[in-house]
Design a protein around this ligand. Structure first.
Ligand SMILES: Nc1nc2c(ncn2[C@@H]2O[C@H](COP(=O)(O)OP(=O)(O)O)[C@@H](O)[C@H]2O)c(=O)[nH]1
Ligand SMILES: Nc1ncnc2c1ncn2[C@@H]1O[C@H](COP(=O)(O)OP(=O)(O)O)[C@@H](O)[C@H]1O
Length: 216
């Protein structure tokens, strides 16, 4: 689909709710640029930037990185995108981040993936990630063609250091206390759209229909 105007969206949801999976379907279908805060932080860790090394312990402990750090990173990348349509994945995650975004851009819609915590816990321990692209696989849901190897590049897949059961529990707590209030923030602005379910393949057609209507 070719977009007729600039469209700016955010995808939210607890860790493991399918933000990355749904984002890649949205960007493929609607041609938006995709910016994932988690991918951005992991790229900094991988290339051993000073910031990446500072943030790694925070991420591995299941805590959010400081608002000013992530807001600066994301807003700087968005600036580089200029007048493009984009989809933000994993940002904002606190009300202060939402206010920082709001101060610069007007967001058209916020897609919230409402997936029960029990469903999520099972998924994350079997998630395999291709770090350079952010492509995600799952030993049950969407296994790679060859075990342990990215379908597109043939490079190795890794299990994220923060996808252990204890860290997932801490990330879910951080989500409840720090990120859930952001849903209220966007709801009060009238731009929150909630998609509930336990399977991405059942949620996705609703997201697709919603965006097709919104963009036509
Ligand atoms: N079993 C199952 N796994 C899923 C489903 N949707 C996504 N996944 C997997 O669950 C994990 C988390 O999904 P991801 O898109 O990375 O979620 P994010 O953390 O919100 O970005 C990945 O390993 C996905 O492949 C689903 O409907 N069922
Ligand atoms: N907007 C953000 N604010 C603060 N920390 C963030 C943000 N986005 C990502 N992070 C950090 O990176 C980690 C991984 O995030 P992400 O890749 O979005 O994974 P998931 O959605 O599976 O939790 C988070 O647990 C957190 O430590």
């Amino acid at each position: 689909m070719v977009l007729q105007r600039i469209f700016r969206a955010v995808v939210m949801g607890p860790p493991g709710s399918g933000k990355g999976t749904v984002s890649s379907r949205i960007t493929k279908t609607f041609g938006l640029k995709h910016l994932s805060s988690g991918d951005l932080l992991r790229a900094n860790i991988e290339s051993k930037t000073e910031l990446g090394l500072l943030m790694k312990s925070c991420i591995d402990q299941g805590q959010l990185v400081p608002d000013d750090v992530i807001s600066r990173l994301i807003l700087s990348d968005l600036r580089k995108m200029g007048n493009s349509s984009w989809l933000l994945d994993g940002f904002p995650r606190t009300v202060s981040q939402a206010e920082a975004l709001d101060g610069v851009y007007s967001v058209d819609t916020v897609i919230n993936l409402d997936v029960p915590f029990q469903t999520i816990k099972e998924r994350l321990t079997s998630r395999w990630t291709h770090l350079p692209s952010g492509r995600v696989y799952n030993t049950d849901f969407n296994p790679p063609k060859v075990a342990g190897v990215d379908d597109v590049t043939g490079e190795p897949l890794v299990q994220r250091d923060d996808d252990t059961p204890d860290t997932v529990t801490r990330r879910l707590k951080a989500y409840q206390t720090q990120t859930e209030p952001v849903l209220e923030y966007f709801r009060s602005k009238g731009i929150l759209e909630v998609f509930s379910g336990t399977e991405t393949n059942k949620i996705w057609p609703h997201v697709q229909t919603f965006l097709t209507r919104k963009l036509s």
